[in-house]
Structures are given as C-alpha cells and as structure tokens.
Design a protein around this ligand. Structure first.
Ligand code: ACM
Length: 636
C-alpha cells in the first residue's frame, strides 16, 4: 500500500520522466483485454531496480527480467518486495476477482512500471507484455547501444479467455533434444501459452524412459534416418544401422517439467494407443495379436498404412491388441511411471487413427467380441479405452484422448480433444464431457502456410488468416464444456528445429490471440500489422518464421472459352502484386496486378512478387502455367 502510494506520487510529479512518445505503435500479442494509452513514455533510468515478492515461483521471472534488461547496458538490481523501485511486481493482498489466476494489471507511468496480479502466473504474463512494450532490441541476445529505451505510457488490464492454451509438439516422428524442447517452451511463454502437449510415442519412436520396460527405449527409440517425403521411403534393409532417434530419460523429463513450470507451462504427456504403436510392438511383440509381429521394425517413414477412399488399413499391425491380456499390465507399468513423473492432472492416451483390419482377422478379438457382446470394431476400441481409463484413474489422473475415442461409446469421465474438425468436440460437449478444440481446419501447424509451389509440400494448406478465424466455442455449445484449444505440430515432415520454428510461427501468434484475447477484440487487419511488427523481434530472438502472409494466393479458373483465368489475392492488405509472363523476375517496376489475368499465347511461367511501396515483402515466385491449367481442370 505504502509503496503504491509512492508510485502514484512519483507519477504525478515526475514530469521529467515523460518524453515524446516513440512513433512505434503498440503491438502486443495476444491483444490485452483493455489497453489505454497515455501521452508520452517512460524512459528507463541508468539504474533499473526491480522489486518483486520473494516467491520461489517467481525466481525465473526475476532472472528473465535481469537477463533481458542487461542488454540495455544499464545496472539492473533485483530488490525485495518492500523496497522502492523502478519496476514493481506486486501480488494483490486482496484478490481482484476479474483477473483470476493468470490475469494482471500493468501501469507504465512517468515514475516507473507497476505490475499487479493475484498469482505469480499473472505477474509472469505482465512481464511478457512489458517486454513487448519495450523497443525490439530488448530481444537482442547481446548488449546493444544506441537504442532509446522508452516504454509507452499505458494502463493495461488483462486476463485470458481460456484456461487451456496449448501447443502440441510431436517428438516421436522426429526426435528433438531436451534443449530444443526448452527453446520451444521459451517461445510458447512469450505468447502466454500454458500447456505443452508432448506426443511421446508413435510408430517411429518411443521417446520416454520407462524403467520397468527398458526395451521401449533401447529398441523402440531408434530407426533408420531417411529424408525426403515421409511415407514414401523404401523400407530399410534388416541390417541397416538403427541409430537415428533418441529419448528422454526420466531425469530429462523432470528437468523439462521444472523448466516449463518456471514459465507457468504444464506438460501433458501423450502415449498414443492402441494405434500408432509400432515402436512399442517392436519392443515387445507379445503385445500384438498378429503372428509375425516379432519381425517388424520401428518405422522410418516407409509406407505401411494404406490410405484409401473412405478409410485406411495397416500393412503391418501397429496396434496394441485389446484382446491380449498382456497389454493391460504393460499399460499399468507405463502409466504408473508416467503418472509419477508428470504433475499435470491429465494423461493423453491418443486413440486416433487406429487401423482395425488386423483386429478383424484376429481370433482373439473375435472371442473378445463374443464374450463382451461387442458388435463393431469401434466398440472393441471403446472397450479398450474404458479399461485404459480405469488404469489411468487408478494412478490419480484423468484421461484425455483424440475424438476417435467417442466412437463405440465414450469412457465415462474422458476429456475429448477434437481434431477432425469441431464435430467431435460438439458431440462430446453435448454428452456433458469436457473438450479441447484442436481442429485440422484451423490449427494444424504441420500444414503448409502457402501454396505448394513455394512451400515444402505436406498434406494440406492452412493460411495464417484461416488460423486467425479459429473460434473454440461453436454455436449452440455451452461454453462451460470448452476448456480451450491448442495447435498441433506433427513432425513427420519436420526434420530440424529451424523448420520447426518456421512451421510454428507466426501461426501460433494467431492461436495465442484466439485463446487469450476477448473474441470482440480480434481484428484480422490489426493482428496482421502486429505480426509484421513482431517479425523484427523474432529476428533478434533468432527464431525462424514464415512470411507466407506476404505471398499471393493463386486461384485458377476456366473462362467461358475454356481458357485459363488466374486470380491473385492476398491475405494482408496494402501490398501490390507485380507480375511477369516473360520468364523474367518482376520487381516494383513491373505491372501491378489489378484483376484476373489471361495467359499470353505461348507463355509458360507466371512470375510474381509483392511489394509495399518500394519494399519487397514476399518472395519471387515462379508458377508454371501448366500447374495452374491442371488446377483449373484444363489439362491432366
Ligand atoms: C491426429 O492428427 N491424428 C490426431
């Protein structure tokens, strides 16, 4: 109370602390609930004192502030909560109910900066916002000179719309090191995500040490390195060295959990069963119902699922057999160790894309169906999920699974993660189950961000502006069932951490705003501008991101004479598209696109590039006319 009074008085009288507002616009992502901008700005003094509560939960927050402000070249000291300081972090003695557990208020006045919250998480988020108010050089990894360290005068009140703000990281298809996971966590924290879902097991690798089942990692964590298009590789020869992959020891996991917790992020483990389980089957073939499973190998990206119209069949049986009584004690061991490691209340048990064609052939499964009166293969999976739920609950945890777990009857207390669109989530919510929305249609980070002609090709395209339309609460669904949402980064086609970042950013900026900010505050044009303003920060942070938002969208159509007509459009406003058909690279002196283009006779290539004024914004793109003709159905 006393200190706050000092702060207010200093605010009134410290006119010298004001100066001309820097021209830079305020670009906070995710958009705060309320931001009132005052006149002028606060200039960081030569000595920066930061006072904060002596809570171990805030140690990392203090270190982060110290480390960030060190780049200013000023002296930075952390002082106790009762000391007068330039930057004050205060925990409210009487909770401000509107802020909840993660909200905060942030005041930048002429005398200094004050962040208040009910809980440490709120102070941490207030600090993230403060960093975004500072000049971008605050993100420099090394001290900088010549920057004017202004912070605009503002009053911010902020709290999240949803309590579940997740990103999923598939470390199974390709293994990423502990340090790479920490870097991923650091980037999540900047944008106020609070849940890292780690997809720890799949056909291509088992990534977590289970001490009672050592083969899961001595065998199941290793395959043969292949690069190119996942799912098309030749099957490795039996004697090829299996030395690609890796896993996290239990000590590694504890370290990651602590690292994430210090940044107010929970880690949720996923063990994807009963499908997607080849790494487990290869480690312990007795878990299969299929003869010959002992000859299988951990998948390296060769084709082993036949995707066809209306479904898919496994060419090798990658499932845990629900009719095999050895499977359940195996899972009991796995979940005993997982539950002991991860404090988060949910364990994700997968459940997606389970091929049933080997079950259909299995005598053991047929007997199980007879005994349990199960009529369909979906009911067989549901039988499995219900037994798994009992195991998970016996460890004091709750079960969450992908929306396939709805088919054949949902386990009684299951939380559903809706990925095949929103329908699974809607159905689960109507059954009174809690839901996390993570639909392919809006938040699949493995999908391309632009046209396959200029992006590394993968299943589908999902542009930034579509992701920004993500609305986790569908019409007609009681919001109380929707815990929130998350975006999923599957790594089949992601071989290294730079490309990982490229796929995650900037789409996860859109996801963060969809999950944190009030719905009515969302605005695509201002968000796009904020993203653009954020890119120089990411450059300083040395985080790779995609600039696809500055590249055109090609739409190929037939005109009335069955000739090709090409529409070009943009996600963001204010850019000119310059083009050529003469095989030369256009620049801002070339024609500007004004409307649908017909192709000049004999032209083979449309080349395009975007500019804002004289600044090139997009890439030089070469689009073969024949590709567009194919898209328009004019040639095969
Ligand atoms: C999924 O994308 N298979 C959950």
């Amino acid at each position: 109370m006393k200190k706050t009074l000092v702060f207010c008085l200093l605010s009134l009288f410290s006119v010298g602390g004001f100066c001309q507002a820097s021209e830079s616009s305020i670009s906070i992502i995710p958009e705060p609930v309320s931001l009132v901008k005052g006149a002028g700005s606060f200039v960081l003094p030569e000595n920066i004192s930061i006072s904060m509560p002596a809570s171990p939960e805030l140690n990392e927050t203090g270190q982060l502030l110290k480390q960030k402000f060190a780049v200013t070249g000023r002296a930075v000291t952390l002082v106790g909560a009762d000391k007068v300081s330039i930057i004050e972090l205060i925990l409210n003695k009487n909770a401000d109910k509107s802020l909840g557990n993660e909200g905060y208020t942030l005041s930048v006045r002429g005398a200094g900066i004050l962040i208040k919250a009910n809980k440490p998480a709120g102070l941490f988020y207030g600090v993230q916002t403060l960093l975004q108010l500072l000049p971008k050089e605050i993100e420099s990894p090394v001290p900088v000179s010549g920057t004017v360290w202004n912070v605009p005068i503002v009053e911010i009140t902020d709290y999240p719309r949803f309590g579940w703000r997740g990103l999923m990281f598939d470390v199974a298809r390709h293994f990423f090191t502990k340090q790479e996971v920490k870097d991923f966590i650091d980037n999540m924290a900047r944008y106020k995500f609070n849940l890292l879902h780690m997809h720890l097991t799949d056909d291509e690798g088992w990534r977590i040490e289970i001490k009672s089942l050592p083969r899961l990692t001595s065998v199941g964590a290793w395959n043969v390195k292949r690069v190119g298009y996942f799912g098309t590789f030749d099957k490795p020869a039996p004697d090829e060295p299996r030395n690609y992959g890796g896993f996290y020891t239990q000590d590694d996991i504890r370290e990651l959990i602590k690292y994430a917790k210090d940044r107010f992020i929970n880690i949720m483990p996923e063990v994807d069963i009963p499908g997607h389980s080849m790494a487990a089957i290869v480690s312990y073939p007795e878990l299969s119902c299929t003869a010959g499973a002992d000859k299988y190998q951990v998948i390296s990206g060769e084709k082993f699922i036949d995707w066809h119209q209306g479904g898919f069949d496994a060419l090798e049986d990658n499932t845990l057999c629900p009719a095999n009584e050895k499977v359940y004690p195996f899972l009991d061991k796995v979940f005993t160790e997982i539950a002991a490691l991860f404090p988060f209340e949910y364990i994700h048990v997968g459940g997606d894309e389970c091929a049933k064609n080997f079950w259909e052939q299995s005598d053991a499964v047929k007997q199980l169906m007879k005994k349990e009166n199960l009529k369909t293969m979906d009911e067989v999976q549901s039988y499995f999920e219900k037994r798994v739920e009992k195991i998970v609950e016996s460890k004091g945890k709750k079960l969450i699974g992908w929306d396939e777990i709805l088919a054949g009857g949902l386990a009684p207390n299951a939380l559903v993660m809706s990925w095949r669109g929103m329908d699974g989530g809607i159905q689960a919510a109507k059954l009174g189950h809690q839901v996390v929305m993570s639909p392919t249609t809006f938040v699949y980070l493995d999908y391309m961000q632009g046209d396959p002609i200029y992006e590394p090709e993968v299943y589908a395209t999902l542009r930034l502006n579509t992701t920004y339309e993500f609305e986790p609460v569908p019409e007609g669904v009681d919001p109380k069932f929707i815990l929130g949402g998350q975006a999923n980064l599957w790594s089949e086609q992601i071989y290294n951490t730079r490309h990982l970042q490229y796929m995650v950013w900037p789409r996860s900026l859109a996801v963060s705003e969809c999950l944190w900010s009030p719905r009515e505050k969302k605005n695509w044009n201002s968000f796009a501008k904020k993203v653009e303003n954020n890119f120089p920060r990411m450059d300083l942070e040395q985080v790779k991101y995609s600039r696809c938002m500055f590249d055109p969208i090609f739409t190929a159509k037939k005109d009335a004479n069955d000739s090709l007509l090409i529409d070009l459009s943009m996600e963001v406003e204010g850019l000119d598209i310059h083009y050529s058909f003469d095989n030369s690279h256009p620049d801002n002196f070339y024609p500007v696109y004004k409307g649908p283009l017909s192709v000049p006779k004999d032209a083979v290539m449309l080349e395009v590039v975007t500019y804002r004024g004289d600044k090139q914004m997009g890439r030089q793109i070469e689009m073969p006319v024949d590709v567009l003709k194919k898209r328009a159905g004019l040639i095969k």
